[in-house]
Design a protein around this ligand. Structure first.
Ligand code: ATP
Length: 237
């Protein structure tokens, strides 16, 4: 397997607070890897550090053989990394179509029309809403739009920050079904989630983060039955 992204002993500090402590993890091509952990564990910090905000204080972030930890967000985005951020951050006043076009910024408009059609096949709901302002859509639809927008830059690695956040269980199920569909196209996915149950069922491998440290790692199936994971993240079920 080819390693696509690797964190090697990464530390991140916010002033006196150490948010990431010697974090090491790998994502291989074609895998779905999840990072689970409680509120405040450091999951978003890890994702954002890929784009240089915050900058890491030591260690390396290797992407396709190159240390990208000191590169600009634009450099990272134009080299095949796309993120659907926590809270979605779509443009509320823009239509679905306009939001999708914003996703092409890192690569240019050459394939925009063709890629938009692909997104409408993957997300039929977005086709129905293509001329609607994003702010008028439901939370689940907005999440679909955020994922589709990230895919518009033809990423090699799709980074997702808590796609289930604030959504009703039935919608969460739909979102995870879509992620399975996206993964079946060969896309490599790194998924940060508090919803351990769904995330571990979807993922090939997972990491558990506690207070900025990687506490456990294993296949999704192994972590699902791990007693510590069950107690802390699956409500003991
Ligand atoms: N900009 C910041 N300045 C100072 N401290 C921060 C900043 N952002 C995050 N932190 C702190 O760093 C730690 C990790 O936060 P982070 O948001 O990465 O956690 P998380 O696991 O993503 O949680 P959540 O699920 O709430 O997003 C927390 O203690 C948080 O308070």
């Amino acid at each position: 397997m080819t390693t696509l992204m690797q964190f090697k002993d990464v530390d991140v500090h916010y002033g006196p607070i150490q948010a990431l402590k010697k974090v090491s993890l790998t994502v291989d091509e074609g895998e779905i890897v999840t990072l689970i952990g409680a509120n405040g564990a450091g999951k978003s910090t890890l994702l954002m550090s890929i784009f240089g905000q915050p900058r890491i204080s030591s260690g390396e972030i290797i992407y396709r053989g190159e240390d990208i930890s000191q590169k600009s967000a634009h450099y990272v985005a134009s080299h095949g990394l796309a993120q659907s951020p926590e809270g979605r951050r779509i443009f509320p006043g823009m239509t679905v179509e306009e939001n999708l076009l914003m996703g092409t910024i890192p690569i240019g408009m050459d394939h925009a029309e063709e890629d938009m059609q692909r997104m409408f096949e993957l997300f039929p709901r977005l086709l129905e809403r293509r001329n609607q302002r994003a702010s008028t859509m439901s939370g689940g639809e907005q999440q679909m739009l955020a994922i589709a927008r990230a895919l518009m830059s033809r990423p090699k690695l799709l980074l997702l920050d808590e796609p289930s956040l604030g959504l009703a269980p039935i919608i969460v199920k739909q979102i995870f079904q879509i992620l399975e569909d996206v993964a079946s196209t060969g896309m490599t996915i790194f998924l940060v989630e508090q919803n351990a149950n769904h995330a571990l069922k979807l993922a090939n491998r997972g990491y558990v983060m506690v207070n900025g440290e990687i506490r456990l790692t294993g296949t999704g199936a192994e972590l699902l039955v791990n007693p510590e994971v069950r107690d802390a993240y699956l409500g003991g079920h």
